[in-house]
Design a protein around this ligand. Sequence first.
Ligand code: ADP
Ligand code: ADP
Ligand code: MG
Length: 472
Amino acid sequence: MIKKILIANRGEIAVRIVRACSEMGIKSVAIYSDADRHALHVKKADEAYNIGTDPVIGYLNAHNIVNLAVASGCDALHPGYGFLSENPVLAEICAKRGIKFIGPSPEVIHRMGDKIQARQAMIDAGVPVVPGSDGNLDNVGQACELAAKIGYPVMLKATNGGGGRGIRRCNNEDELTKNFDRVVSEATKAFGKPEVFMEKCVVNPKHIEVQVIGDSFGNVVHLFERDCSIQRRNQKLIEIAPSPQLTGAQRDYIGKIAVQAARTVGYENAGTVEFLLDTDNQFYFMEMNTRLQVEHTITETITGIDIVQEQIRVASGLPLQYKQEDIHYRGFAMEFRINAEDPKNDFLPSFGRITRYYAPGGPGVRTDAAMYTGYVIPPYYDSMCAKLTVWNLTWESVVERGRRALSDMVVYGVKTTIPYYQEILQHPEFRSGHFNTSFVESHPELINYTVSRPKDLLAAAISAAIAAHTGL
Ligand code: ADP
Ligand code: ADP
Ligand code: MG
């Protein structure tokens, strides 16, 4: 069994992994840049090591990080999400140095990280994929020829992309010609690789993804689906499990397809198979994420399964604790990505000192955050500073719980997406449970909220009173 884990990440996900280690009696080792000296993951882990003055480079130096793991007596490494989590080189170096990588094999990471290879693997497995190019596009002429065949609108996508970047919709040949070089340069800048490919644009789709987990004995199970259709510019904002939009039959079908997809590629550890669901109720494979996902909390909430602990167990060589028929879900969970951004200013990141922070509580509320009162959010990283997850028995009641928890939450000093989410929760279309990935774009008016100061002041007063009472 694993005894000590190096966490090759920062922020809320590093804190999440420390918590799993702590409950399992496993020692945790954090790494931090100078900019992260006062970060919560550094305070929470059993040990912490500085990885240099540059805010980012240290978190991306696989050799150095694995050296640190070996030197500090770790027997495993958890990559979290982002950074090196989907870089097969880190998994390879771990294997060479005798450190267990908490994730799938380097071969599977490599194969699924390339969206063309992933599509091919799914076609071979009989999983439906969005119609598109067989390989990378060599030039704009070839792109136009293919688009004429599959029909507009089309999506140009970075083959090695992630995080919603390097994706553009093209409605006609003019737009395709204009966007081709743009996507190539975005892909090169963001992912260091210029390859792009094309997919037919599925109009007004729902984003449905399935959590899977496999062990080293060939067992693979799914933990049901998540609906991540509430997105802005291809980036998720609010996620829901299970989807309020699926029938039981659709749920069974997509769960089975995801397990089949994972089995085909010999998948071990936790992963996510992402699908688009079109208006004719047809599912299409989109991509597989070979890591722990930001929104894993909602799946944990409805199933009661601690996904991070299960990841650690299977990486230790233990079999999965659950068979498919042992896994059930109850009620609905909803996660809000609390981003330090100003929705009224095109969601511009809003970094700085948190002058007051209060995490909401009460029934069915979970907060995963990387901040505290007085913490300064550094400008170098992702703007997501917390995740708020709520649970309740029915769709209607989980919406109300979300509204209540968001209004309990206090994050002062920076602008956040909290008031924007409050508006979304009031919208009849959202409340009906029927929406697709164009929801945010088709409701620009939701930006026109006013922040109600009296409520803010009340929440601040409560938070101050609690802080005073607990001597914080
Ligand atoms: P999830 O798929 O878990 O919902 P996101 O797509 O929101 O996660 O990505 C989580 C974090 O990982 C973000 O900071 C995002 O920018 C980063 N990320 C995701 N994929 C990649 C990638 N291929 N390369 C670099 N960063 C990535
Ligand atoms: P990433 O690796 O950045 O997460 P994805 O391939 O998962 O990229 O796509 C991110 C989002 O972009 C999807 O959730 C969806 O909203 C949109 N998208 C991607 N491909 C298509 C497509 N072919 N048709 C319509 N929307 C798409
Ligand atoms: Mg995706």
